[in-house]
Design a protein around this ligand. Structure first.
Ligand code: G6P
Length: 468
């Protein structure tokens, strides 16, 4: 039984089957889960997540929680493949992700047909299974921190299964506004918002997303639930340790040699529709067209990570990105120089190496809950690099005054910002870089987690009516 339970769809470690049939655990390299794991050090938390790989499923069947670094334990829950497919692909990533990031191409999507409604039932079962596992493992009065849009309905189930628990839900994504919420069938929207409101509290990375959720709740329920915002900062210590490692230093030396004195324009993203890779490359193309002098003075390195390749839109997007990069390279490349180097691989050390030495970091999402790259870059960069940041990223609320503002749909405007960033005088670069770095590291994950767990409350009564 545990006093602190953390729940997420994807766990901080995944298992594979070794050559002698043994289970080998691998911790994720970057992003939220490792930061959160460090934040939990010494708390004896139990982390409940779903089994996503074959190794995970075997680990789940063994029934013994796996030890995680820092003293926490991981318990994996195995779900029927059709339930997982429905909840993870169709509802969470295929619908809620698009809704919260404003990604629907509304003339065609979404389509709430019989298959989708069946998937929504799968999403319910998925959430119920996780809630039952929490109900089994949590101590009387324990604190339960549930993460993200995969698990919006856990609050409703827990409120009836274990009303003694202090619960909080935290979205690492944006939240939609009431007009966007109207895309969902009203019964679904009501169930979603009511269940979220059944948590003791709901948290977001910025006041903007918190407020949009509040507005949706006000539109659907008769009382507004407890809502708060708690921005997550980067784990500077852990990141700087990676940057100082021999592997990372070697990657950096190699990168600087390959640049041959050219400026480094850098981005690091999952190949993800919300990240706006296409408009970033279009802007760079416009810049090279307008300013031929830059063609041999800058290299744009895009380190990208494959993501959700089982969703057709993601595969199509990846191909579109690759075609655009080829076009720009054909137009402006020379025998000894490619204007864009597109790398698609999960290589955290290489990303940190590039973050440590970029001249300009482009972070231009269409919409983003927070965007940790916008904080990780300034935290490890030692060349007074300029941050060019979308005003639609959650991080903009904190970093916007010292970063250069990107309007993510405005390609010409983005090109102008990149041009300004590349030409910025050293004094201005130094002042801006110092301020963004200070803000980026000011709220380390341990502090963020304390705030989030501290917001957990016993659920309010029926129908998600809140206390405020
Ligand atoms: C991003 C988001 C998280 C989300 C995760 C799921 O990292 O910021 O909020 O939980 O994607 O990604 P997955 O690879 O599990 O679909």
């Amino acid at each position: 039984m545990s006093e602190l339970v953390v729940v997420s769809n994807r766990g901080p470690a995944t298992f594979s089957v070794g050559k002698d049939g043994e289970l080998v655990a691998r911790h994720g390299a970057g992003g939220l889960a490792p930061s959160l794991l460090n934040a939990l050090a010494g708390s004896d938390a139990l982390w409940i997540a779903t089994a996503m790989s074959e190794g995970d499923r075997r680990a789940a069947r063994q029934g013994v929680p796996a030890s995680l670094s820092g003293g926490s334990e991981l318990r994996l829950v195995e779900l029927a493949p059709e339930v997982q497919e429905a909840a993870y692909h169709v509802v969470a990533n295929g619908t809620l992700w698009f809704l919260y990031h404003g990604l629907f191409d509304r003339a065609r999507h979404p389509v709430f047909d019989a298959r989708w409604h069946e998937a929504w039932d799968g999403y319910r079962q998925f959430n119920r299974a996780l809630a039952e596992e929490v109900a089994r493992c949590a101590d009387e009065g324990a604190t339960v921190v549930v993460n993200d849009y995969h698990l919006a309905l856990v609050g409703g189930f827990l409120a009836s299964l274990r009303p003694d628990l202090r619960t909080v839900h935290f979205h690492h994504t944006p939240f939609c506004d009431p007009e966007e919420l109207r895309v969902l069938p009203s019964a679904v929207a009501r169930e979603l918002v009511t269940s979220l409101a059944s948590f003791g509290a709901c948290g977001f990375h910025t006041e903007r997303w918190a407020d949009q959720f509040r507005q949706c709740a006000a539109a659907v329920l008769d009382k507004v639930p407890e809502v708060f915002h708690a921005p997550l900062g980067t784990d500077a210590e852990a990141l700087r340790a990676v940057a100082a490692s021999p592997g990372c230093s070697a990657r950096r030396a190699d990168l600087l040699e390959r640049l041959e004195g050219r400026s480094l324009l850098f981005r690091s993203d999952r190949v993800e529709l919300s990240k706006n890779l296409l408009r970033g490359f279009l802007a760079y193309e416009e810049l090279l067209e307008a300013d031929p002098g830059l063609r041999d003075r800058v290299t744009f390195i895009a380190r990208t990570y494959p993501s959700r390749e089982d969703i057709p839109e993601y595969i199509a997007y990846r191909h579109e990105v690759e075609r655009l990069v080829d076009r720009v390279n054909e137009r402006f490349g020379a025998a000894d120089h490619l204007p864009i180097v597109l790398e698609v691989a999960d290589d955290f050390e290489a990303s940190v190496a590039a973050l440590s030495c970029y001249d300009v970091l482009l972070v231009n999402p269409i919409r983003d809950g927070m965007n940790l790259v916008a904080k990780e870059g300034p935290a490890v960069n030692d060349r007074d690099g300029v941050l060019a940041l979308s005003r639609e990223a959650g991080a903009f609320a904190e970093l916007g005054t010292s970063a250069l503002e990107i309007e993510p749909f405005d390609v010409q405007g983005t090109a102008a910002v990149l041009s300004r960033a590349l030409a910025m005088a050293p004094d201005e670069r130094a002042v801006r870089a110092k301020t963004v770095a200070e803000i980026a590291i000011s709220r380390p994950p341990a502090r963020w987690f304390e705030e989030v767990a501290g917001a957990a409350r016993r659920p309010s009564r029926a129908g998600g009516a809140g206390r405020s």
